[in-house]
Ligand binder design. Sequence first.
Ligand SMILES: Nc1ncnc2c1ncn2[C@@H]1O[C@H](COP(=O)(O)OP(=O)(O)OP(=O)(O)O)[C@@H](O)[C@H]1O
Length: 299
Amino acid sequence: MKTLASSMLILNGKLANDPILRDTIHQFRERGFDLHVRVTWEFGDAERFVNEAHSLKIENVIAGGGDGTLNEVVNGIFKLEEKSRPILGILPLGTANDFATAAGIPDALNNALMLAINGRPRQIDLVQVNRGRCFINMASGGFGTKVTNDTPETMKATFGGVSYLIHGILRLDKLSPDHCEIRSGDFIWEGDALIVGIGNGRQAGGGQLLCPGALINDGMLNLRIFTGESLVPTLLSTLARSEDEEHMIEASGSWFEIRAEHTMTFNLDGEPISGNQFSLVVKPGAVFCRLPPDCPLLK
Ligand SMILES: Nc1ncnc2c1ncn2[C@@H]1O[C@H](COP(=O)(O)OP(=O)(O)OP(=O)(O)O)[C@@H](O)[C@H]1O
């Protein structure tokens, strides 16, 4: 008889007491699933739990939270020796869940948990930044990043994903474009970037479709730059027409380098990183992830 694979759910502590989640986990255990749960309290916990799962030889590690929790779990997995990396599962419980949404992970808790435990594992790319942390979904810079990083928790709790947009519009006057140079192979661009999206996945910042053609198993990154010196008119036209070619630059490559004279902030799956030089390199097929059969992010 085939034994069920063991799984560890690494749950963001903000969500630990949700009664529906508690019920769902109990139901899975009653059905015979070997499901361990660990709850984080702060940054760093998720990675420690990944290490624990690895030493217990647990097959599936499930990120239960938003994009930030997913990023921490992915980084924990990436640091392990490639051959013994556990399989990633995703239980989207955050405010935005940008990666999970674009990947077609079901909203219903029990369906998402079943997929995370039993779905078909697919080999997907990660992206390493400055030879350090990885992201699975997207590096976004400029307007979108400032908004995502500054959006207050109370606003997220009240308005959900839309709060990023509301908060951004409320503080338009304080935002300015980033002057930078971006290159990859033959591609080189220098100018004022309003928003920079470099995607393994497709959307960031609570539903902003920055890299609509990106795939997570093609060994490539998709770049989209929204340009403009005058923030308000450009932003408004960009929001109104997503195919505004005059203000949009696109490229793809297996790596990108970005240089800026001033400090720029990039948001890697929800976690900010600041500096004036960034190198982004695809790590092809770095992790196995359980995804829906019709996942739009797979080629
Ligand atoms: N118990 C906790 N309470 C508050 N924050 C926590 C806790 N445990 C971990 N964290 C931190 O929460 C951040 C990740 O949050 P996560 O992305 O999962 O949720 P979110 O912000 O609601 O989601 P989203 O990014 O989709 O808006 C990480 O920086 C992590 O270190």
